[in-house]
Design a protein around this ligand. Structure first.
Ligand code: ZN
Length: 312
């Protein structure tokens, strides 16, 4: 892998609410230094916020210390534009190129799922493996793909976004009851996306569809672990809906490991159940667990950015 492990790198993790800012002096380690509100509507205010963070923490570091950024949204490798629905101020800007000029240092950028995948492939559960999929099971579904240590940046920046394809089935047989599931209109504009059923909000939608009950995903998962019958059906449906597209992704990519981040990754029994279900559906037979919780479920953005900033 082409990695410059010695360089000090400033790191930023940009979400719709906050910018987390840190410094990495060694590969895999980030000291978080500050957390400020994200200026979402104004590009100039966003640049000023980064300038202030760098000025506050530059101290003894060289003036050209690189900045690596993990961001919400998709990063187009063609235009450099970051398309983040919750940060409209980014629209129309070639972010890495403009920031490199404005901040007078090398600035590299990747989306947060891609940064999580980089973190896991370099210093986490996929360390040293040739093909690693970083899978996000959070409020929705996302992912990134790392091949021989390098982030796969495909057309439009959508590589790894396996959640925005149609679900493989709309009929489920659960405990001898045939369930019809609607193909729902997704936030991306398409109809039928797995994203609508695949994450924590998806578990809640499924529960509503199957049992006409509103419940929080944490509560449903807890009831599933307690063998409550309705929650058991909901999670059975969720495992079926998620495992088939995931097996397809695995057949196409051939990962050595699929490392999970996002809120659902911390529910170990759920990831274990998903792993077992998926391994019955993949073409290759994986004798060991393939889908595992990540090491950087909570701070993959900053750690991944630190890895990104060292890639050559
Ligand atoms: Zn979609």
């Amino acid at each position: 892998m082409m990695v410059n492990t010695g360089t000090t790198v400033f790191c930023a993790d940009i979400g719709g609410s906050f910018i987390k800012f840190g410094i990495s002096r060694r590969q895999g380690e980030v000291d978080e230094l500050a957390k400020v509100a994200t200026p979402t509507d104004s590009w100039n205010d966003f640049v000023a916020a980064l300038q202030q963070l760098l000025a506050d923490h530059q101290q003894e570091q060289p003036e050209d210390t690189p900045l690596a950024i993990s961001t919400a949204g998709l990063v187009s490798p063609q235009s450099g534009e970051v398309m983040a629905s919750n940060i409209p101020g980014f629209a129309g800007h070639n972010m890495a190129a403009e920031l490199t000029h404005l901040l007078a240092r090398k600035v590299s950028i990747a989306n947060d799922a891609d940064c999580f995948a980089l973190a896991e492939a370099h210093v986490g559960e996929g360390q040293g493996l040739p093909i690693v999929v970083g899978l996000i099971l959070g409020t929705g579904v996302g992912g990134g793909i790392i091949i021989n240590g390098q982030l796969l940046r495909g057309h439009g920046g959508v590589t790894g976004e396996w959640g925005h394809g149609a679900i493989t089935r709309t009929e489920l047989l659960l405990d001898n009851r045939l369930i019809q599931l609607p193909r729902l209109l997704c936030g991306c504009g398409k109809t039928g996306c797995l994203d609508m059923y695949g994450g924590a909000r998806g578990i809640e939608r499924l529960h509503q569809q199957l049992h006409q009950q509103k419940a929080d995903s944490h509560q449903i998962i807890q009831e599933w672990q307690d063998d409550e019958p309705q929650a058991a059906q909901t999670l059975q449906a969720w495992l079926l809906l998620v495992s088939e597209p995931l097996a397809l992704l695995i057949n196409i990519i051939g990962p050595s490991k699929v490392v999970v981040g996002g809120g659902l990754a911390s529910v170990t029994p759920l990831i274990t159940a998903l792993d077992q279900q998926v391994r019955t559906a993949t073409l290759h037979s994986y004798p060991q667990p393939l889908i595992v919780p990540g090491r950087f479920v909570d701070h993959g953005g900053l750690v991944g950015a630190s890895v990104l900033g060292r890639l050559r």
